[in-house]
Structures are given as structure tokens and as C-alpha cells.
Design a protein around this ligand. Sequence first.
Ligand code: GLY
Length: 359
Amino acid sequence: MKSWDAIILGGGIIGLSLAISLRKQGLRVLVVERGEPGREASHAAAGMLAGSGSEIPAALKPLSEESARMYPEFVHELEDESGIKVDLREHGTILISEDGRFAEKAERFAWDQLHTLEPTLIGSEPGIPPKCGLESRQAAFLTECSVDPRALVSAALKAAKHRGVDIASGTEVRKISVEADRVSGVETDKTSYAAAIVVNCAGAWAGCIGPVRFPVKPIKGQMLAVVGGPGLKHVIRSEKVYLVPRSDGRIVIGSTLEDAGYNKQTDIGTIQRLFQAAVELVPGLAGSKQHEAWAGLRPGTPDELPILGETSLKGYFVATGHYRDGILLAPITVQVMTDLILIKAPHHNLGSFAPARFS
Ligand code: GLY
């Protein structure tokens, strides 16, 4: 049987970047992916790096804020190793709210500030005209970045291959193998692979692999991308919708939160509602063209916190349940998991994320 030092289940951004990190430490690493690497949640994500976003649970804030700070270096390393540009945009986010309840670090501003000649922290937003019809709403600014997750995960895949990470795609892991009370590898639909370390980074599918189960549930998000509208500079978010511009002119609009099992179909009514909510914020989008509509499956957990740590089975680790923030949390997840796997001493207290909290 072929053997590696570590096997990673799942070729999304978390699995691939963890594979690179372990490989850099000298381990021989195999990534096993049930479909094509980078084609599930990492492909579907919007790519907002909202480290202090109001929807992030308090227990996760120290990790999410640190991960946002780590992003420029994380990106530059992947870009250097792969030659793929991942469209890290640092223009910030405009929040628009009916009731003015913003994440704590948001800086409120008046609408006319967007179009004054004086340079402001925000800078003007070409997508929002001076008389935009939004004047009755509250607006605020956050210094957040965004990234193109599809480019990011392609860069991670290329960098992983370049570093000598082995990838087995189109191969489903059926079961974790156990020998003398510790992990000894995995059994797939086709064969078996041996390793003394196995890390489950299988996103919404992480809970399907026995014998150790995790309560991970797919939470569907439908999204669309438009082209040919007004160029947007900032990410724009309201209670109903978010708009994430890419440097190639696409604007990604999202998203829903649906408990629909593993169904990834989109429906026209939902996509149309998202589009209308986007047009309410940026009227010029009415003349844009729908370029694509899709749905992805976020790995949700009962307490909306990730699952990070060693399981009850020695040598078998898990890093999943990143719910709405898998792209954002990739750098910090890689750091804490690498520490945990290799030196057993992560800088962060991972107590709130322990796999054992569900047993
Ligand atoms: N992080 C964006 C979303 O979950 O829709």
C-alpha cells in the first residue's frame, strides 16, 4: 500500500493550503479530493475578507481578525509560487443599513462625503450616483479586502503541485482506517492509502466519513455574477445583499442561506430577488447582464463555529465547519493546524473549536 506522512481529505482552499504548509515542513503529503480540487465552496465563495464582520461569532473574532491581517502575505506567497494573480482588492467595504447597526469598527459617513472633491478615507464610489435614493439609510466604511476565491484556489493547487504535494482527485474516502487505536490511513472507493496523520478538511462533506462523525451540515448559498454594469470600486453590503467587484469587471452578488441538503441547483426567482436587491443599492446595475448563476455549500455547524483539532482518534485531525468564512479563515487555520499537528502547541486557545464539544 502506498504511504505518506499526512493525508488531507478535501482539495478546497483549507486542504490545499494546509498541504502546502505541511509539505514546507518536510512531510510527504497526499490530498484526496472526491471531485475536482477547488470546485466546491472555494469556487462558490464571494471572497469578502470580513475579519470583523458583525456576523462572526465573538469566540471566532480573534482568529478571523488575525487571519485578515495575514492575508496579504498569504496571497503574495501563493501568487509568487503559482504565477497566478488572485485579485486581492484593498479598497474597503461600504456598509448600508436601514437601522444603522454596524460592526463595531465601521466608520460612519454621510452620503455627500462619497462625492466631495476632498479625498476621504472612503474615496468616491462610481457605482453610487450623487442622488442615489439611499440618503435615508445609514452608511459606514470598513477597511476590508476581498479576493477572487477561484483564482486563489487555482493558485493554491498549482503551488501545491509545484511543491510536490500529491493529489488524488475523483476519489471518495469511504472510511478512516484504524490500527492499534490510532489512525493508519484511509479507505477510498478505489484503494487504500496509509499515513500516520490524516486531516479532514472536506468542508460540507466532512461529517460523512466514519468512524468519527462531526455534525457538519451543508448550508446552500445561491449567487450570481453580472457584467457590463457601472464599475464598482468597493464591496457593498446591506442586510439583504452583498456586491463584490472583481478587477475584470464582474460583480458577484450574493447570497442565500438555505438548509437544502446537498442540492446545488439555483432557482430563477431567488437569483432575480438577489439581483433586484443589488439594483436597489446600485441602480446602474439594472442595465448589466447576468454572466453566471451558481450555488455552493458552506460547511455549517450547530454553534456556527469551525471544528479545529485532533479527534478522539489519535493522529486524526479535523479542520472544517468554517461556514461563511472559509476563504477568510484559511491562513489562520493553516497556522493553527500546522502547529497542532507538528509541535502540538498552537498560539491560540482552540478550546471553543474542539471536535469533542459535540460528543
Ligand atoms: N461569506 C459570504 C457568504 O457566506 O455568503
